[in-house]
Ligand binder design. Sequence first.
Ligand code: ARG
Length: 575
Amino acid sequence: MNLNDIYTAAADLIAAKIDLPADEIRAALVRPPQPEMGDLGFPCFTLAKKLRAAPPKIAADLAAQISVAEPFIKITAVGGYVNFTLSLAALGEVAVAAALADDWGEFADNGKTVVIDFSSPNIAKPLAVHHIRSTMLGAALARLYAITGWRVVTINHLGDWGTNFGQLMVAYTRAKNSGETPATDLDAQLKLYLEYHQAAETNPALEGEARAWFKKLEDGDAETVKMWKIFVDESVKGLQKLYDRLNVKFDHYTGESFFNDKMAATQRRLQDAGLLVKSDGALVVELQDVGIDAPCLIQKTDGATTYATRDLAAAEYRHHEYNFDKCLYVVANQQELHFRQIFAVLKKMGYAWADGGEHVKFGMLSFAAGVFGEERATGSTRKGQIIFLDAVLARAVEKAREIIGANGRGDEGNAAILAEQVGVGAVIFSEFMQRRQKDVIFSWDKALNMQGDSGPYLQYTHARLSSLITKSGVVVGGGDAQLLTSALSRAVLLMLAEFPRVLLGATAENEPSRVAEYLLELCAVFNRLYADKKEHQIITDDAALTASRIDLVAAVRNTLRRGLAVLGIAAPEKM
Ligand code: ARG
């Protein structure tokens, strides 16, 4: 049993008395504003017209008709609401027993599939800042969907095709011609990228050369394709190191080049559907009739295919391969028009499944002054503000080490591992401190604030609770929730019980920040109890009470651990 089942039970009780579907009642249930009022409430306001009675009257009649039984101990009318109060036994089951089980927060297989396209950086140029956000958001979404019962397919739609490669090849051959043997790993590629742009400033002819290289690549010239392949493989290798560090995995790396041989068929289908229109020598799909002014560009004047055509081919391919119910694109706000166009064109092609497409947008990330240099940095490559995620992580780990050391809690043997967990965790968590569509300004003070609202703070709370459990010597799972009678304990229990519903809500909104917010609130509620040593001493002379309180502590600890895991953050045992 979890809290969802309890909501269902309440809805069924009401549905038996009035003419409304149980699902609708269930969706209308709310949390009363004051804990004394009850644990969940059914608002009677919308019934007033139909029943021709005032909401308080309806609520009072309903409450009088429903007989009280487990999992409820009280059902009363409060204003226009019918409020239900849970028994401690039921609360113990959904908040403690459930939280101590291995499958806490997990939902049964729902038979649905979600494809998540995230990170998807353009390679052959430095990793852009928005890809950091896409990477962490996408990875958290993948875990959220998995825990709530979806089959998840993760895809890295690498930008592995384009004139950038021509530029690299120019720089590479120039270096070679001057007698060097240039390396090709990610760092070397970055150097080539910078060398090209520096040289092209005084020698514009290089642009033509880069285009010529790319043309050779598109024409399938064997040597050029070989060189391209080396650059791509090395890039992916470099990226993977970063992904490993962030605990991110992809089921498929099907980048833009993967669709080179699939676009002709897509274009033919567009043609056959009568959707292609000539416009100044280019081919487009008009979308004005569906409220989008800008037409979707399918083929450029020079015959080259486009980003949009690749995405159309990719969507068809994904639907064919994975038969998805949802296909998420975790991509910055800036590409809103692009995805509106893609979904609209797919609809025009007659694909009902296009409704499953969703652009999971997010705002801009920038770095406060002092993180990278004197000025606030937005990571614009053109302005030379290249942000290396690697460097951010390294600095974060260094800083974490200082903090852990200063707190005097560093376990020397594990100090390096711990610093990595805390530093990386701080960077990841800062991604989830606000709704995804908001812009983020990253600063060390916020990311590493040990006093609250940060990843390290949650990690620290987790570690503190873990040591408390160990120190108590009590075996977890032997308590009785009915002994947890105080108002503060009840608040913690109710908060715990919410966890599975929070996961569901975060998934429905594609909003991992909801999990972060919940974890901070859970800590806040628990810390209020923990600080109240007089009333809530955890380890007491009463063995049964101690066992029950330790169970509560362990339930909070497990919830923190599970929640942090969903966000991709490690939960250290000691700190
Ligand atoms: N490579 C693109 C960029 O860097 C993002 C790709 C997102 N995914 C997609 N299917 N279009 O802006």
